[in-house]
Design a protein around this ligand. Structure first.
Ligand code: ADP
Length: 245
């Protein structure tokens, strides 16, 4: 099943397109790494995929429907760049936040014992069981990402979209976090990951989309590693490739 289908998508905030004529598909079970230099349109492309921007031209389907008609938000877990900071002032515990993700599946807004067990499983899977009674806004950045993912698991999301989820997370937690993503992907959850560390992406992803406004590569990770797409995409802006791992 095709989860995301972009055809000839162009989008500009002002005069200059941030994304130009991009066509690509994300299939169920893919772990797609979205790479490219700073300001190359990665976040914009992800927002287009999720229906947060309307394209100036081209078409976007999400779960087989035109994205502007898609209304089953519980199928998608989105960890934005802002997810690790802020958090607002609404005082909810981790368990409450994750439980909210379960309501879409609860008949008449009533949660059964099974629903509560699903919430417990989600907390356990992401390793935050012991944080269940903490306030979300008291968590560290890395813990908060896990809470977002637990919420997506509780709602049985099929697609996780993550925008540089480990910025500000220490190396050890980062590695554990990417192991978690890999194990979720093994359960057929489709993953789209923006990450500036190319090594992390080529280690974990099975598909790569490399962009710098235009698409330089879209295909499996092996063919990306063997290609010159990365150098070409970075060369277009004179930025240095981040290879540290
Ligand atoms: P990346 O995620 O690869 O760093 P972005 O998608 O954030 O790139 O940005 C792509 C281009 O669009 C950049 O030139 C950026 O300055 C511009 N841009 C991003 N967001 C906005 C916005 N809200 N308004 C105007 N320009 C924007």
């Amino acid at each position: 099943m095709t989860i995301v289908d972009l055809e000839n998508v162009t989008f500009a905030y002002g005069e200059q397109p941030a994304v130009r004529d991009v066509s690509l598909t994300v299939e169920q079970g893919d772990f797609l790494g979205l790479v490219g230099p700073n300001g190359s349109g990665k976040t914009t492309l992800l927002h287009l995929m999720l229906g947060l921007h309307r394209p100036d031209s081209g078409s976007i389907d999400l779960f087989g429907e035109p994205v502007d008609q898609f209304d089953d938000g519980e199928r998608i877990g989105y960890v934005s760049q802002q997810a690790t900071s802020g958090g607002g002032s609404m005082p909810v515990t981790v368990r409450e936040a994750v439980t909210m993700g379960r309501f879409a599946h609860a008949g008449h807004g009533r949660l059964t014992d099974d629903d509560h067990a699903t919430v417990d499983d989600a907390l356990e899977t992401v390793g935050i069981t012991e944080l269940a009674d903490r306030q979300v806004n008291q968590l560290s950045g890395g813990q908060r990402q896990r809470a977002y993912i637990a919420r997506a698991l509780a709602s049985e999301a099929d697609l996780l979209a993550l925008d540089e989820p480990t910025v500000g997370v220490d190396a050890e937690s980062r590695d554990a976090f990417y192991q978690l993503l890999e194990s979720l992907n093994e359960r057929e959850i489709t993953i789209i990951l923006i990450e500036h560390d190319i090594g992390v992406v080529t280690d974990r992803a099975n598909r790569i989309a490399c962009i710098n406004t235009e698409l330089y590569h879209h295909g499996d990770t092996e063919s990306f590693v063997e290609s010159d797409a990365l150098t070409e995409a970075y060369g277009a802006t004179g930025q240095v490739v981040h290879h540290h791992h």
